[in-house]
Design a protein around this ligand. Sequence first.
Ligand code: PLP
Length: 448
Amino acid sequence: MNKNNDDQALCGLSQEQLDAHWMPYSGNREFKKDPRLIVSAKGNYYTSADGRKIFDGLSGLWTCGAGHSRPEIIEAVSRQVKELDYSPAFQYGHPKSFELAHRITELMPEGLNRVFFTGSGSESVETALKVARAYWRKKGQASKTRFIGRVKGYHGVNWGGVSVGGIVGNRALYGQGIDAVHLPHTMLPENLFSKGMPETGAHLADELEAMLALHDASNIAAVIVEPLAGSAGVIPPPVGYLKRLREICDKHNILLIFDEVITGFGRMGSNTGAEEFGVVPDMMTIAKQLTNGVIPMGAMVAKQEIYDTFMEAGGAEYMLELPHGYTYSAHPVACAAGLASLDILAQDKLVERVKTVSPQFQEMLHSLKGTKYVSDIRNYGLAGALTIESAPGEPALRPFQIAMKCWEKGFYVRCGGDTIQLGLPFTVENAEIDNVINALGESINELA
Ligand code: PLP
């Protein structure tokens, strides 16, 4: 261990304890030499083990838009644990899952009204992909098994999600996945430093026509995209792009899946990206903000026609309609957290608040244009990112170094690939927007 080798900063953890936890994704070796432990959270701030207040510039991992430790959620969860801590997920049910499913449908674009609960975003994606294939088989079109994802897309870490995903580093180690091909991403050189949606790029959706000609629509089950790509570094869709994808899917009888694990429940200033961009998919995946991050939970929301296709199953009514589900699907404690979390969004008008504060966020973020190493800035709602690039011959500056500098200054921001990402809490104050972006700019300048 390097610097933080006092007992407080390590919470009394031994090296053996630190070694025992194989942390997800990368950074185990670096983290375990110099751990950044978080011990509590309230509102828009964490407290680090070394006693500092840290502003949460990514709302957890795009999860905690309503702020941390909301008493309403704490109470709902505590009550639920005392009342019904677990209930079997199939053949038996508990009332809260039906209440929550109905609440979710009220926030969905019209037509998306059947909710299948999962335990995470990755499980939601897996569910959507399996349902897509099974749907076509039920329709007598069993050859429709291939998927179309997108370069730079992120759809979680399970087999289907990794296969349709398009982030290079996430796939290389795993070899063959399920059958998937990829549309290009939508970042065009002429759209650098666009504010909100880029003006040009709708034509990139026409690549789907070419892809369908090549692979034949009779082999394609679904197209899956994030309306706004989050993990690759906040890539808003070009004006008209999603609408064009919808038209082509309709023309060729292909399902369209929106992965709204990040964009669902407020991040864009609307309930969903589908609502914000005026395009209704056939299935949508959600998670993260659904419970404000308090309990793991996700869902796949489908059009009724898809659900009905499975309900037409022959045989006795107690027979399986869809052989798919999780032990923790519709977990009662997660449902209680979900209901409380959606109540907060409505009562505090947080989705509207995102719309109100995002213009200031946009202006502040774009004020970093001209900062050394910043080669692009993108934003929508309360999501934003900088691309960090070194000019030829310049010493390299890694986004990781910037994130660590921000952490030293009391700000948590995310580094991912060649980007720094911000996903501010919906409860963010104007001064906090200024502070985190100023700290980001200062961090880059100091390192440069
Ligand atoms: N889909 C999208 C768009 C995501 O952003 C994520 C996570 O960031 C996932 C799926 C996977 O969700 P989880 O990490 O809950 O499995």
